[in-house]
Design a protein around this ligand. Sequence first.
Ligand code: ADP
Length: 340
Amino acid sequence: MIKSLKVVWSKFAAQRTTHRLALSYLAVIMVMSLGFSAVFYHTTSHELGRQLPPSSLYDRSYPDYDDRFDSFFNQRIEEGRQVLLTRLLFINLGALLVGAILSYLLARYTLRPIEANMTAQARFIGDASHELRTPLTAIKTANEVALRSPTLKLAQAKALLGDNLAAVNDLQVLTDNLLSLARQDEALIKLQPVSSQAAISQAVNRVLPLAQARQLTIDDNVADFQVMADPTSLVQLLVIILDNAIKYSPATSVISLQGSVQGYWGRFSIADRGVGIAPGDIDHIFDRFYRADQSRNKQVAGFGLGLSLAQALIESMHGHIDVESTSEQGSVFRCNIPLA
Ligand code: ADP
């Protein structure tokens, strides 16, 4: 009930904004139309007045002079002014009508991307709050239960502290990802030539402990080339893809890393022999907070933010990611970045 009231209210507020903007546009149109009409009326009626023959052309004291001559001209001039005024009135009424429709359409057109942005932002904040609240509630409940227990043993307390620490580490990853997404600022990206091998070796060094913990082999075969990239963003991007390859691969399998030049692009391919991605999920894996097949992912830590961050990072470097995957056989992520 409250949710539907909120939806109705937000629609009403959006309509009010559209109407306000449309009214501002209409006011501008009408000020211009009325101003133009006033100048036009003033100039034209002055010109009409000039149609009366000047007194130097005929002598009003002449016995034959007929007053009706004067009044005829004055009447014609007055009639001309009346016609002009009526037409200008109709033109302005037309401008009001057409202007109102155009202003409304223009206001909707102007506000549509802003509204879409605000909706996306509200959903992002809602999803982020939800992701933060769940582990926080779990930590709070576990701590409260432990505190209330009169027979809590040291070993149990240590196990609880260990769980708490793991949950806090997850929260830290989540907040780091959220911050990185929020900070996707063009000004912070400094594109420069970056060596493919330097970037790959930094990224591999960062994920090596995770791969070793699962006895995975990283098979590295990257050619030496230079891409136009932000060094930190490129390493962060490769770490996200490598981290996923490790997370979604069975222990002791092999992850292949290839780097090659393809036309104007430097391409980094990361192939795993893991769980793969179902065709229905492929189109969504770059959406924020999207995690494919929840039941299969339950054992794997993550918030569904890595790939959306990876996409934001690669787009800021004018590149793009392609994915090819077969369920239960593995995935290949190809990161294409312009050559330096
Ligand atoms: P997270 O890994 O934290 O869930 P991501 O945004 O990095 O979030 O990935 C989104 C989803 O895409 C993952 O939940 C997973 O289902 C799928 N995915 C990403 N990389 C792979 C991969 N290498 N193998 C299989 N599935 C993957």
